[in-house]
Design a protein around this ligand. Structure first.
Ligand code: AMP
Ligand code: ZN
Length: 115
C-alpha cells in the first residue's frame, strides 16, 4: 500500500513503510503507543487516511469520528484502564498539535492518589 502522503510519518506507518507495533489495526484506523508517553498508558488512535486535523472534520467524517471514539474505548478496555481515562484531540498549533495527521490521544493508568 502506498502512503497517502510520503512526507507524513503517520501515513508512512499506516502504509507499513515504518515499522510499528500496533495494538489494533483495521482498514480504517490503527492504535499504537505514543513514542513519548505523557501517562502510564498513552495510546494514539489514528485514521489511516490523511486528514490533517480534527479541525478539518466535516459531515463526511461523522462516521469516522464515532469509529475513533469506539476504538479508543476498546483500546482502553484492552489496556486495563476502562475505569478512567482521557481522550484528547490537540487541534491546530495553538491547540498543541505537532503531527499534522489527525490522531486521538488515549491517556490513563494513573494510580488513584495521583491527579
Ligand atoms: P500532537 O501534539 O497531538 O500532534 O501529538 C503528536 C504525538 O505523536 C506526540 O505525543 C508524539 O510523542 C507522538 N509521536 C510522534 N511520532 C511518533 C511515532 N513515530 N510513533 C508514535 N508516536 C509518535
Ligand atoms: Zn498522514
Amino acid at each position: 500500500m502506498k502512503p497517502d502522503r510520503s512526507d507524513c510519518i503517520f501515513c508512512r506507518i499506516a502504509a507499513h513503510e515504518v515499522p510499528k507495533t500496533f495494538r489494533y489495526e483495521d482498514d480504517v484506523l490503527m492504535v499504537f503507543d505514543d513514542i513519548r508517553p505523557s501517562a502510564p498508558v498513552h495510546l494514539l488512535i489514528v485514521p489511516k487516511r490523511h486528514i490533517p486535523s480534527v479541525v478539518d472534520f466535516g459531515t463526511a467524517e461523522r462516521a469516522l469520528a464515532g469509529e475513533l471514539i469506539l476504538a479508543a474505548n476498546l483500546a482502553a478496555a484492552d489496556a486495563g484502564i476502562k475505569d478512567g481515562y482521557k481522550l484528547v484531540f490537540n487541534a491546530g498549533r495553538k491547540g498543541g498539535q505537532i503531527i499534522d495527521h489527525v490522531h486521538l490521544h488515549l491517556l490513563g493508568g494513573w494510580s488513584q492518589d495521583q491527579e
